[in-house]
Design a protein around this ligand. Structure first.
Ligand code: TRP
Length: 459
């Protein structure tokens, strides 16, 4: 079916779709949490370094594979290698994307619900300046419930499903071209509001004044992991999207633009979140509950004298999260959909339906693990945590190591140079540097990150 494949329609569409994949919960939820836990600005510096040195070369590698093969991720690696070992690398990414989507939609469902809670006034109504426990109770009650989180989750995956079945240009590209600019406008509005909060100075100081004594091996490795997650690397999203790039697209420039956009959004999310957190005396290290417990309270406290502004800021913030999450989920959805439709030779609509059903079923298990299935654990982790751990801590760096070794050592370098320069053989120095990083630097750093994630290595 490869001969029927469409391409993205424009360069703007490509950047918006790929940036849409990258910008998600990773930027607005995980990044501030990780920055908070790892001491602020010093972490931010290591993060930026990791994006530049590791992230961009790996993104280029994935773009190369996808555009060269012009097919879904699993088939793409098989086209590049006859060996069973390397050829199956893409298939592992397809499974990985499917598993990430399964728990991603659970959090996405919460985000959707919180958008409604904010818009219908619930978050404003329960505000109590001296006590944030109302927000804790609201979140715990909702997340541990059986039906409401599942309904929100299914509704969310159906939104992603709809854009997938509309096709690459009419669905993915069009949605991204509408949602991403909206997201940027909301981000800017929220940044401006945030600069007027009482905690703005302290929040910005925390984010931009590096305290290197807070930096240790653990925080460096968290920065590497966070950069990979945030850029949507290693799980086939970028490879699949690149398979819809025309042969004229400049891959290196595109990778640099997307990494820049992604990092700027993460920093802007930090500028929105930390001033609010510092305005309300919440510990910046509150962890994953930050977005659902600490922040709603922080927004209301920060603008305590103007409830209408708290209402607008908090609602806009959750709309922002919904948009960011949706475009990322779409890219995760597309990976197995493209694989199933091309490799099993079934219609795109049917392929998307299969993925929606599988992810919803797995997502239900993840969702229930916050409530009635919370006792089902393995290695001390509930089902949700197991999905997150297996994909983010194990599969992601592992695939990263394999992709870098594969591209750096196995694939013919002339093929890479010709694809990355669009057969012009101009600027080969840049390509040489990228291949050199993929060959030596990236695998080493990733192996250290991986072993550390497993607790097998510390430095
Ligand atoms: N990058 C997205 C975010 O920041 C999540 C995401 C989409 C992702 N595709 C991925 C993470 C592939 C890892 C791998 O929320």
């Amino acid at each position: 079916m490869t001969q029927n494949r469409t391409n993205f329609g424009s360069r703007f569409g490509i950047i918006m779709a790929a940036a849409g994949s990258a910008v998600g919960l990773g930027n607005i939820w995980r990044f501030p949490v990780e920055t908070g836990n790892n001491g602020g600005a010093a972490f931010l510096l290591v993060y930026i370094l990791s994006v530049a040195v590791l992230g961009i070369p790996l993104m280029v590698a994935e773009f190369f594979v996808g555009r060269y093969a012009h097919s879904n991720t699993a088939t793409a690696y098989r086209k590049l290698s006859k060996s069973a070992f390397w050829g199956n690398l893409g298939f592992i990414s397809v499974i990985g994307a499917n598993l990430i989507l399964s728990y991603y939609i659970v959090v996405a469902g919460w985000v959707l619900k919180y958008m409604i809670y904010s818009a219908n006034g619930t978050l404003s109504a329960i505000f109590n300046a001296s006590d944030a426990s109302n927000y804790t109770a609201l979140f715990n009650g909702f997340a541990s419930d059986v039906w409401s989180p599942i309904i929100c989750m299914v509704f969310f995956i159906l939104m992603s499903h709809c854009s997938i079945i509309l096709g690459v240009q009419k669905g993915i590209e069009k949605f991204s071209k509408i949602f991403m600019p909206m997201l940027f406008v909301i981000l800017i509005v929220l940044v401006v509001f945030s600069l007027f909060t009482p905690g703005a100075k302290d929040g910005l100081y925390f984010l931009f004044h590096p305290d290197f004594s807070k930096l240790n091996s653990q925080s460096i490795l968290s920065a590497v992991g966070q950069s990979f997650y945030s850029l949507s690397l290693c799980m086939g999203c970028l490879c699949t999207y690149a398979s819809y790039f025309s042969k004229k697209v400049n891959i290196v420039n595109t990778a640099v633009s997307i990494s820049l956009i992604d990092s700027i959004v993460a920093i802007m999310a930090g500028i929105i979140i930390f001033p609010a957190v510092f305005s309300s005396n919440i510990d910046p290290q509150t962890g994953p509950s930050l977005v659902f417990i600490a922040l709603p309270s922080a927004f209301h406290q920060a603008f305590g004298n103007w409830p209408i502004i708290s209402y607008i800021v908090s609602t806009l913030f959750y709309v922002l999260l919904v948009l960011a999450t949706l475009t990322s989920a779409i890219s995760l959805h597309e990976v197995p959909t493209a694989y199933i439709s091309e490799a099993w030779n079934v219609k795109r609509t049917h392929a998307a339906t299969i993925v929606t059903i599988i992810c919803s079923l797995l997502g239900i298990l993840c969702s229930l693990s916050m409530g009635i299935l919370s006792d089902v654990t393995l290695f001390d982790k509930n089902i949700f945590e197991l999905f997150d751990y297996t994909t983010t801590t194990l599969m992601l760096p592992l695939c990263g190591i394999l992709i870098t070794v594969f591209i750096g050592w196995k694939v013919n370098k002339y093929l890479i140079v010709s694809e990355l320069t669009n057969n012009t053989y101009k600027n080969t120095a840049v390509v040489n540097i990228i291949v050199w990083i993929l060959k030596y630097v990236a695998p080493l750093l990733l192996i250290v990150t991986f072993l550390n994630g497993l607790g097998l290595f510390e430095f």
